[in-house]
Design a protein. Structure first.
Ligand SMILES: NC(=O)c1ccc[n+]([C@@H]2O[C@H](COP(=O)([O-])OP(=O)(O)OC[C@H]3O[C@@H](n4cnc5c(N)ncnc54)[C@H](OP(=O)(O)O)[C@@H]3O)[C@@H](O)[C@H]2O)c1
Length: 271
């Protein structure tokens, strides 16, 4: 059933979240266009790179722009800080400015990495304290967005999405299929969420358009080790091949690095 005729631009629609989101929004009746750096022949995917000097979009045509496109790898942001800051901060802000000039509502996907992870279940009122470049870059864009009125922008911080297309899950599965060991941290915790939860949250935000900062996190924190054991519980090699390692060996098994958020979302109905 069509419930909207809003036009939505999804920047970075070919990744883990974008691929699922664009199908979801289509089903909800939004008119969606996605982007990828690669030129392909899919009708609703346009070629776009945050490094482009000029934009080929007429942003006026879109009611909403969802900014997913970024370098989403923590390690790459540490190894190439200048190159990744240009994409994740400078060029992202340039794109967002353009959207706002054309009155296009902006939703920016951020992360629990804007917090240090010293404690669990951060609230929207907690002060950010990023420990890596990936988190620092997200916090810089957030700061820029917070200058704008709440009916023009929304930052959605989410915890780790776990799905069959999550790179770590795919890598683990390949290894287990080949009867190889996988090593999972027992002292590093995540708070997994599903793609469905992310899609529903974004749909609620679009319908609401009155909250500047939202959080979506899982109900509980689990270690990577326990995630691996649960996710692959029915895999024939799981008992033999899932091995425990420590993220912070010097601190021993009693330390915990948290990665959770207290969920804070609009309560708009989904239909
Ligand atoms: N997945 C999670 O657990 C998670 C958690 C917290 C926050 N987030 C945030 O949510 C967003 C989406 O995450 P994801 O997991 O879907 O990421 P992903 O799988 O790595 O996908 C990234 C997307 O960004 C696009 N992209 C990369 N570089 C770009 C550039 N220079 N210009 C334009 N587009 C570019 C990619 O498109 P092409 O390669 O086709 O160009 C792809 O569609 C990211 O901003 C991420 O930081 C994700």
């Amino acid at each position: 059933m069509k419930i909207t005729n809003e036009k939505v631009l999804v920047i970075g629609s070919t990744g883990e979240i974008g691929t699922s989101l664009i199908q979801y929004l289509d089903k909800k009746g939004y008119e969606t266009i996605g982007t990828s750096r690669k030129s392909n022949h899919q009708k609703n995917i346009k070629q776009f790179d945050l490094n482009d000097k000029e934009y080929s979009f007429d942003f006026k045509k879109f009611d909403v722009c969802i900014v997913l496109g970024s370098v989403a790898k923590i390690l790459r942001c540490e190894e190439s800080p200048e190159e990744t800051r240009k994409i994740n901060v400078t060029n992202t802000i340039r794109l967002i400015k353009k959207c706002l000039e054309e009155n296009t509502y902006v939703i920016f996907l951020s992360t629990n990495c804007v917090f240090s992870g010293e404690k669990g279940f951060y609230k929207v009122s907690d002060k950010v304290c990023p420990m890596n470049n990936y988190g620092k870059f997200k916090a810089e864009v957030e700061d820029f967005l917070f200058q704008y009125p709440k009916n023009t922008v929304c930052v959605l911080r989410i915890t780790k999405v776990i799905s069959e297309s999550t790179p770590l899950i795919r890598e683990w599965k390949l290894k287990l299929d080949k009867n190889q060991d996988i090593f999972a941290f027992s002292d590093k915790y995540i708070s997994p969420i599903t793609l469905q939860q992310v899609n529903d949250a974004i749909h609620r935000i679009i319908r609401n358009k009155r909250m500047k900062l939202c959080h979506l996190g899982g109900k509980e924190e689990v270690s990577y080790l326990s995630l691996a054991k649960t996710y692959f519980s029915s895999h024939k090699n799981s008992k033999r091949n899932i091995k425990q390692i420590l993220f912070e060996p010097k601190k021993g098994n009693n330390s915990r690095i948290h990665s959770s958020l207290e969920t804070f979302l609009p309560r708009e109905p989904l239909e």
